[in-house]
Design a protein around this ligand. Structure first.
Ligand SMILES: *Cc1c(COP(=O)(O)O)cnc(C)c1O
Length: 422
């Protein structure tokens, strides 16, 4: 990128970055009714692609209304594997046939944890970290209670999250499963997937990764890292819509060893064969389905994923790095002097596409930001989470939102003397 003459804090600097951004035109592929709204929550609910609206109309009118039930065998039955094969090889480094779209992340996580523990019956310990996403922690607590196994918690020491050495120290021949998030939902810290998976395998354990905040924000190579199992979200960076179904990954070797604990009819080789005397799962990743999937939701997933494949992960990652680097530059100039703390790694290669900033008046600031047309995440007690989805966030969005946050922070410091307390 050519050197920019303007000062990083000037709006011209942001406009020059936008002018040089070869992904800028992707913003036009989304429905954005209010262009002045600054949206820092694309890592929580991605914006709506324009193609999704027409696709949903097509599925409702030409498929559901016009074809009715014959559309199942003709079109819909294959969608979970078809969309899985777009996500797997395209965004996860998986081989075809290792990913399927079904259920929610929570349910998929539950299925794969049970499956992993069933495959290691003489090992009563699960390793995870205290800062893992609540649904992961609570599902593990419930499974631990139901099965009488133990959770060995990795305690967080800093913004960089669990390190290979922390995992190594928690491993022994009692551990069945190591499960962590690839990108931490709060700090955006990237965990070393390959090193940690390798350590788990050396100890005889399986590795299950939650890639909810990684997919669509950083390149992932599950095959190269030797990962056994993974789950992830489509409604965040993948722009698939509110409550869009999740995907799960079971690598080909693990498919031979593990079994979905929910024996639903969609896990059969042919769900229409109702004469089977007893359960026999499909010989492939379809065995990880449970019941009837939402076809409208799956169609929306396909559109969101196609946009990401078109943009390509290398370009999306480069833009995500540039956006968070720029945000941290503005943080240092404007927010650090007002008593804000950066709660994310400063090293770009150890950080996903969002940053967390902390301030003791964060809840007040969050409400004030909302009133000024800046939507971001709030994390109790003192955190603001700023998601910079690469496909739909401009550098001007970063500039303008940070300028507003700095203004609000200065007002607080002046009126209440708040901000330098920590
Ligand atoms: C968003 C998120 C989930 C969401 O789970 P749902 O079942 O879709 O509600 C799970 N894990 C992580 C790490 C997340 O960031």
């Amino acid at each position: 990128m050519a050197a920019i003459q303007a000062e990083p804090t000037s709006r011209d600097y942001a406009l020059a970055l936008d002018a040089a951004d070869d992904l800028a035109s992707f913003r036009d592929r989304f429905v954005i009714p209010d262009p002045s709204l600054i949206y820092y929550d694309g890592n929580s609910l991605g914006r709506m692609p324009a193609a999704t609206a027409s696709r949903l109309r097509e599925v409702t009118e030409r498929e559901w209304a016009a074809k009715l039930i014959p559309a199942w065998p003709e079109i819909w039955n294959a969608m979970p594997t078809r969309v899985g094969d777009l996500i797997g090889p395209g965004l996860l480094g998986a081989r075809p046939g290792e990913v399927i779209v079904s259920d929610s992340t929570t349910v998929n996580f539950y299925k794969l944890v049970h499956a992993a523990l069933d495959a290691r019956p003489d090992r009563p310990v699960i390793v995870t970290d205290r800062d893992n996403f609540p649904t992961d922690r609570h599902v593990l607590e419930g499974i631990a209670e139901a099965r009488g196994v133990l959770i060995r918690w990795l305690e967080r020491t800093n913004v960089h999250g669990p390190q290979p050495a922390d995992v190594a120290a928690a491993l022994d021949d009692q551990v069945a499963l190591v499960t962590l998030s690839h990108v931490a939902y709060r700090t955006a810290a990237i965990a070393d997937m390959a090193a940690i998976t390798d350590l788990a395998h050396q100890a005889g354990a399986l590795a299950l990764w939650d890639v909810c905040h990684a997919v669509g924000s950083i390149p992932i190579d599950l095959s190269a890292a030797g990962v056994d199992l993974a789950v992830g979200c489509t409604y965040k960076y993948l722009n698939s819509g509110p409550g869009a179904p999740s995907f799960l990954y079971v690598n080909a070797e693990a498919q031979r060893e593990l079994r979905n604990p929910i024996w639903g009819w969609w896990s059969l080789p042919n769900m229409y064969d109702m004469t089977l005397p007893s359960y026999q799962p499909a010989p492939d990743v379809r065995s990880y389905q449970t019941g009837t999937p939402s076809i409208l939701a799956l169609a929306a997933v396909e559109e969101g994923v196609k946009l990401h494949l078109e943009a390509g992960m290398p370009r999306l990652r480069a833009k995500g790095v540039a956006l968070t680097e720029y945000a941290i530059t503005l943080f240092d100039r404007w927010l650090a002097p007002l008593g804000f703390r950066l709660d994310s790694p400063r090293e770009a290669d150890l950080r996903g596409s969002h940053i967390a900033v902390a301030h003791q008046a964060a809840p007040t600031l969050w409400r004030a930001l909302n009133e000024r047309g800046v939507i971001c995440g709030s994390r109790q007690p003192d955190g603001l989470r700023i998601g910079l989805a690469p496909m739909t966030t401009s550098f001007a969005d970063v500039h303008d939102g940070f300028a507003i946050l700095a203004e609000l922070g200065r007002d607080l410091t002046v009126s209440h003397g708040v901000g330098n307390g920590r």
